[in-house]
Every structure is written in C-alpha cells, then in structure tokens.
Design a protein around this ligand. Sequence first.
Ligand SMILES: *[C@@H]1O[C@H](CO)[C@@H](O)[C@H](O)[C@H]1NC(C)=O
Ligand SMILES: *[C@@H]1O[C@H](CO)[C@@H](O)[C@H](O)[C@H]1NC(C)=O
Ligand SMILES: *[C@@H]1O[C@H](CO)[C@@H](O)[C@H](O)[C@H]1NC(C)=O
Ligand SMILES: *[C@@H]1O[C@H](CO)[C@@H](O)[C@H](O)[C@H]1NC(C)=O
Ligand SMILES: *[C@@H]1O[C@H](CO)[C@@H](O)[C@H](O)[C@H]1NC(C)=O
Length: 492
Amino acid sequence: MLLPILCNCVIVLVLIIIKQQAGVLCRSKQEQKSELKSELKSELKSELKSELIQLVNEVRQIRQEIEEIRVKKPKSAIEKIKITIMSLSDDIFLNVLRYLNQIHVCRICTINSRLYNLGKIKLYRCIYFHIRSLNTIHISANTYTSFYTNFTIVNKWNTFPWISENSNITLVKKMVFRVNGLLFDIVKTQYPWIEVIAEDQNGYYHSQYPLQEYHYTQLILSRRVGIPFLNGCQEMPWVKKLTIYLIVVPEQSLNEIKYLSGLEDLGIDVVDTDDLEELCDIGLGDMPIKKLRISVSELIDMEELQEITEIFDLEKITMFQLHLWDEDTYPENFNSSIQKLLSALVNVTSLSIICQNIDFEKVLESMKPNSLHTLHLKIVQVGNDIHTFQLENILNYQEHSLRRLYLSNNKQRDKTKMYGLQEFERIYKKETKPLIPNQQPVGIFEIRRMIDAGKFQKLNRVLINESCYFIKRPSNGMIHLVPCNSLIPDNP
Ligand SMILES: *[C@@H]1O[C@H](CO)[C@@H](O)[C@H](O)[C@H]1NC(C)=O
Ligand SMILES: *[C@@H]1O[C@H](CO)[C@@H](O)[C@H](O)[C@H]1NC(C)=O
Ligand SMILES: *[C@@H]1O[C@H](CO)[C@@H](O)[C@H](O)[C@H]1NC(C)=O
Ligand SMILES: *[C@@H]1O[C@H](CO)[C@@H](O)[C@H](O)[C@H]1NC(C)=O
Ligand SMILES: *[C@@H]1O[C@H](CO)[C@@H](O)[C@H](O)[C@H]1NC(C)=O
C-alpha cells in the first residue's frame, strides 16, 4: 500500500521539479498542468480501486463467517429457544403431580405415554382403602385437601383384584386401610415391601400379622396392640400420632407412651371418664402434644373430665376435640365445667365438640374472640324432638377468623363413620334421597343470609347436616355456595 503512495509522491515531486526548472521547455504551462492532473487522477483511481477491492473481500469474508456460524451451530441454538412443558424432567412432573387429586391425575394420563407412566407412578404410590358399605368417601375433581392429594382413594372393595399378577403393584409404596381385616392380611403376606397401615383395629377380626411395625409414625395402643419396640431401642421420637383405646390397656403399656418423645397428635377413646385417671402419671404434659382428641361414651361425672387440665399442658394444644356420645342426662355442672375447660385452651385454633344440646353460645364465649379458624359442632340428639340452636349467636365471637364450619343436628348417627375435624379432610358422600333431590338443610339459608350481609368474610367451607359447600368469592363481588359432596348443582 505504501509503495504506490511513495511512488506517487516521487513522481509528483519529480514532475514539480521538472515543471519549475523547465520553463525553457517548449510546451505551454497549461498543457503541463492538465497532463499532471490526469496523471494524478489515474494514480488515485487505481489506488482507491485496490482499497475497495480489499474492503469488499473483507466484507465477503465476514459474511461467510456469519453464514458458517449459522450453518454449523443452528440446531442446539434453536432447540434452546423451543422449550416446551414436555422438556421438563420427570422429577419435576412427579413433583407437580403430588399436588393433584386422582381425578386430575387420570386426566393428565391421557395426554401422552410419558405422562401416562408418570401419572401411574403417582396413582399407585399411596392407596387408601375405605372398605365400608356405608358412607363412602366422596371423590370429585374439585376436592383438594391433603387427604385427596396424598392418596388414591378406593371405596367399597370387598375383594382384592390384585392377588394374581399385576405389574403395577411394584409401584405401590404405602397402603392405608380404614380398619384391619382380611385384605390387610393378604397385602401383608403377598407384598412385604409395602408399608401397610390400619388406621383402626377391627375388634372382631384377629389379624395374623402385627398391625404396626416399629418404624411407623402412627400407632395404636389397645388391649391387643402394643407399641412395637425394637430390642433395646427405647426412645421412638419418630412416632407423631397415637390412638389409645383405653379399655383395659395394661399399665406397663401405658408407661411406655413416654418413650414416644416426638408425639404431637393424641387420640384417646374411653368408655367412661373414670378411665382418664390412668393417664395421670405418665407425664403427658411434658410431651409436645399439639392435637388432642378425647372421646367418651359414658359421662359419669365432671370432675373426672376436669382432670384433662392436669394431665395435659393445655397451652400447647392448638387442635382440640371433645366427643361425648352419652345420651343420659348430663350432670348439673356440665355447662360451667365445659366452659372452664375451654377457657384453658388459649392457643386452640381448631375445635370440635360433639355433645347434647347445651348453651353453646355461652360455652363458646369462653374462647378467645376471633381465635378459631375451624369449628365442628355436632349435637347428639336425645328423644324425638330435634334440638335446634341459634346459629348466628353461636358463631358471633368468631366472625372475623372462622374459615371452616361444621354444624349438624341430624338425628341419625352412623357408628361406622369417624366424626370430628377429620370430616373437613375426608368428605363423605351425601345420602341422596331420590324423591327430594334438591333438599337443602335449613341452616344453609342462614349461612347464605349472613355472608350476603358481608359477615364471615373468611369463611370458605361449610358442612351443614353433612352437606358440604365451598364458599367462592370471585372478584365480581358475587358469592357462590358450590356443593362439594353432591352432584346436584344447587346454589341457594
Ligand atoms: C399428606 O402428606 C403431607 C406430607 O407428607 C403430610 O404433612 C400430611 O399430613 C398428609 N395428609 C394426610 C391427610 O395424610
Ligand atoms: C396398570 O395400571 C393401568 C392404569 O391404571 C391399567 O390400565 C393397567 O391395566 C394396569 N395393569 C395391570 C396389569 O393391571
Ligand atoms: C400459648 O399461649 C400463651 C399465652 O397466650 C403464650 O404465651 C404461648 O407462647 C403459647 N404457646 C404456644 C405453644 O403457642
Ligand atoms: C346447660 O345449658 C342449657 C341451655 O341453657 C340448659 O338447657 C341445660 O339445662 C344446662 N345443662 C346443665 C346440666 O346445666
Ligand atoms: C338438620 O336436619 C334436621 C332434620 O334431621 C333438621 O331439623 C335441622 O334443622 C337441620 N339442621 C340444620 C342446621 O339445617
């Protein structure tokens, strides 16, 4: 590049010198000038031309490189841009499926074969068998309690269809039976790798197999079933839940309860309140018990019931259930005793009371105002008249905190059903009377009136006489009562 420029300069200089010194030359100055000009022009032209050619070549090369990049790496780059939901890993899908109930998992299974297989893993992992002919559990797309998302629920199975070969059985990790029985025993023998749990013991059936293993987190203690200790192992802090059938449980077994140092949830079934005395010296007050349920079938006197305040550290309790099924006349001081008991439960947010019709308005007054978010009241009916109550007055003090409400003064009681706070988790099918399909409990109209008046703004679920409703508040200011255990679209 430099060379032609230098040459140029030399030529120009030479020409200038010639021009200055050759005044004597014969040609005119004008001629010389124009000659010089045209020479310079052609020099510059060729120089520019070569530079342009070089530039054009450079541009070409850059273009080619760009093209090469485009041709060589295009696939991975484009793939990255085209991420779809199916690009997610199996683990993520399985995690998402954990939040769905069985109806929605089944729907997802129909999308493609990959989701079919992942859905199957979720459907078979934990199965709940409710083998009862009455009160089947209601299964629907819109129920999303953790019971419905944790388990695939199977109602009314009297024979077990998997005794012969089924490739899906290897996917099962856990089976929970409402009560033990023949099916429980079959599963225990055939599929030893499955964790098999009976929530309740069937008093008439003698299982060939132990109801519980030492690593279980939920246990039963009764006359027949003890706490399964492993040799030498004493503390069992992994046990979170215990149900005691306090009918002739040997004293030694009761003393073993203290080794369940992580116990949070305790249920006690007693025939009469006298039996509670046996629990006095175990040290239950020092255990981390937060959920307490006491079911009594015969109420003898209130002093025995008051022992609850001494046996437990009631300040720790957040969920309390007192179930009195006795139909005999209550002792004189019943109302005031219950009131005293409830006033000691300062940290309770979920309360269930099953008893005869008492002055609930007065009794519930002893709870801290707006402290309850779940209330379950079932009135045990005695005699032929239905005992009614003033719904709004009962709930008055809890208006701003209440989220879930159960109220029932139905006459019938089904002894095979588990009553209590659990009824919010597991929704039982509504009995449908074919002749009057749309009949609603009167209480639901009262609820409607109260929420329409702008009260109970946090309330999102009500069960009245076992009819269940979701309270939906879409942003347009409307309030809908959507039935959750009937397929009839009634909306009062
Ligand atoms: C469902 O599973 C979760 C997590 O394991 C557990 O905390 C919850 O208590 C379970 N609910 C029921 C009803 O079993
Ligand atoms: C395994 O489960 C799927 C989905 O529930 C079912 O269609 C299939 O028949 C089962 N396999 C056997 C061998 O029963
Ligand atoms: C229960 O309530 C008392 C007094 O209201 C409070 O001091 C205590 O921290 C609470 N305990 C728990 C476990 O929430
Ligand atoms: C409890 O209160 C109710 C309603 O006021 C009353 O009818 C009943 O007699 C009382 N029961 C007792 C045992 O005091
Ligand atoms: C529940 O049903 C009974 C009839 O069995 C009825 O008298 C009562 O009013 C109902 N309760 C509510 C709260 O609707």
